[in-house]
Design a protein around this ligand. Structure first.
Ligand code: ATP
Ligand code: MG
Length: 462
């Protein structure tokens, strides 16, 4: 189970040199990935937690020090070894200052590199942590505590910055644990309404009969048990923000009342027909597909459009695995700080990190958070979290095996056509996931780029 192979990324533009070194390292048991330039290196680093990155400092385009910087920012535990040309030792020293573990100068003997690698790996085993780097990271890549810097998250931050300043109603959608409440709070705290209250109500947690009074308040004697007059959440959120969580679970009559409150900007307390003016910004959230519910007649279309003025979709964690190292650092720092007694931040072995990045995380960020809390507790007295500290379901979860979802129907199937359909579908998904980048799509399918291109041509012909 334990993967002791060391995974290594070599970044070198001289193809012949790169290939020779890669081959010899592979002979020494390393799993080697090659990148011919800095940009390509960053793509590889976004996808995989390598143990070591060996980079030439002089590269066309993005240079080696940038590659090193990006690698260390993402994985504080990665080993960086830089390769410099003759007479540029100054650059190497600079790289060491920035966190490279070692350097070799060109032309070098292979054994020199091997030696540098061995001692760096040993050093890493003993290395204590760099908390400073971590806290720096957090400051740079978060929007009020929302961690992430993958493409979808950067787009999200930009959207949040824009919408926070407005008064528009927002509909936040996303699977469980993707951060809907976190985002709603962030919008409130970055809006001109931050002086008012942020009031959240989970519509699915309160019986429908009580929800109306909870939202709009009631007067004395409005219903059995209404002993006093009570202010509802709408009024509580006056001049502030009201989060209507799980809005999809609201029943028909209440949907109507909510629609009226949003349109008229006034509410009626239960048992009282005098309207009360309220100035509230509403953020609705749901993990169900409201558009589908509208189509099925289970949610009012007019209310849907009132709520969905600005849609904010939170991507599931599996669609942004490259954010996992940052989230891991964020949570480790927090759990170690909050431990009694507080302890220095722990790190995660690259092996465990690979597992974390490959896990499908059905419970999204919340599940990752819980996993790390548990791991910190189990790792008491140690500085590093190992594979064994992860819960069994995370240790074992791999890319979902398709076999379970197949069953041969009694009438049989056309195997060739079936497989062609599956192939077409997976290729399409890989291209979508890779934003149309064929190199990346091919990697997702474990194919050579040329093979993928061939297949695409064939599919287009068929
Ligand atoms: N991008 C993120 N950065 C840091 N922490 C996050 C992020 N996303 C979610 N979390 C954390 O994950 C946990 C779950 O988030 P939250 O409660 O906002 O999810 P949710 O979408 O409302 O889930 P549910 O649908 O189950 O109510 C919280 O502890 C939150 O702080
Ligand atoms: Mg929630």
């Amino acid at each position: 189970m334990a993967d002791t192979t060391k995974h290594l990324l070599i970044v070198e533009d001289e193809k012949a040199l790169r290939e020779v070194v890669a081959e010899r390292l592979a002979d020494h048991g390393y799993d080697v990935t090659e990148a011919g330039n800095g940009e390509e290196a960053l793509e590889r680093l976004a996808e995989f937690a390598f143990d070591v990155v060996i980079t030439d400092l002089r590269l066309p385009g993005l240079d080696g020090s940038k590659v090193l910087e990006a690698a260390l920012a993402r994985y504080p535990d990665i080993i960086g070894i830089v390769v410099t040309g003759y007479g540029t030792v100054k650059d190497a020293v600079e790289a060491i200052k920035r966190g490279a573990t070692d350097f070799v100068t060109k032309p070098f003997q292979f054994d020199e590199l091997l030696h540098a690698l061995d001692s760096a790996l040993e050093q890493r085993r003993l290395r204590s942590e760099n908390a400073y780097l971590r806290s720096q990271l957090e400051r740079r890549y978060s929007f009020t505590g929302i961690v992430g810097r993958s493409r979808p998250m950067r787009d999200l931050f930009q959207l949040l910055e824009t919408v926070s300043g407005t008064n528009s109603t927002i509909l936040v959608t996303g699977e469980t644990g993707t951060g809907k409440e976190l985002v709603a709070r962030a919008i409130h705290h970055n809006s001109p309404r931050r002086g008012g209250q942020f009031v959240a109500i989970n519509c699915s947690a309160i019986p429908e009969t009580l929800l109306e009074a909870e939202l709009f308040g009631h007067v004395r004697g409005a219903f059995t048990g209404a002993v006093g007059t009570r202010v509802g959440r709408f009024e509580l959120a006056h001049k502030g923000t009201l989060m209507l969580d799980e809005v999809g679970t609201m029943g028909g009559p209440l949907q109507m009342k909510l629609l009226r409150a949003l349109q008229e900007r006034e509410i009626e307390r239960v048992g009282d027909s005098r309207p009360v003016k309220v100035d509230v910004r509403v953020i609705a959230a749901t993990n169900s597909d409201l558009a589908k519910m509208v189509a099925e007649g289970r949610f009012r279309e007019d209310l849907y459009y009132r709520l969905n003025v600005i849609p904010v979709r939170l991507p599931p964690l599996r669609e942004r695995a490259e954010d996992i190292p940052l989230l891991v650092q964020h949570f480790l720092e927090r759990f170690c700080r909050e431990a009694t007694p507080p302890r220095p931040p722990m790190t995660v072995s690259q092996e465990a990190m690979r597992r974390l990045m490959a896990c499908p995380w059905p419970g999204n960020v919340r599940q990752l958070e819980n996993t790390l809390e548990r791991a910190v507790a189990l790792g008491a007295g140690r500085t590093q979290i190992e594979l064994a500290d992860l819960p069994p379901d995370v240790q074992e979860a791999g890319p979902a095996s398709p076999s379970a979802s197949f069953a041969l129907p009694d009438c049989g199937i056309d195997l060739q056509k079936y497989i062609a359909d599956v192939e077409r579908e997976l290729i399409q998904q890989s291209l979508d996931r890779a934003g149309g980048n064929k190199v990346r799509a091919a990697q997702l399918l474990n194919l050579k780029r040329t093979t993928l291109v061939e297949k695409l041509k064939r599919l287009n012909r068929d």
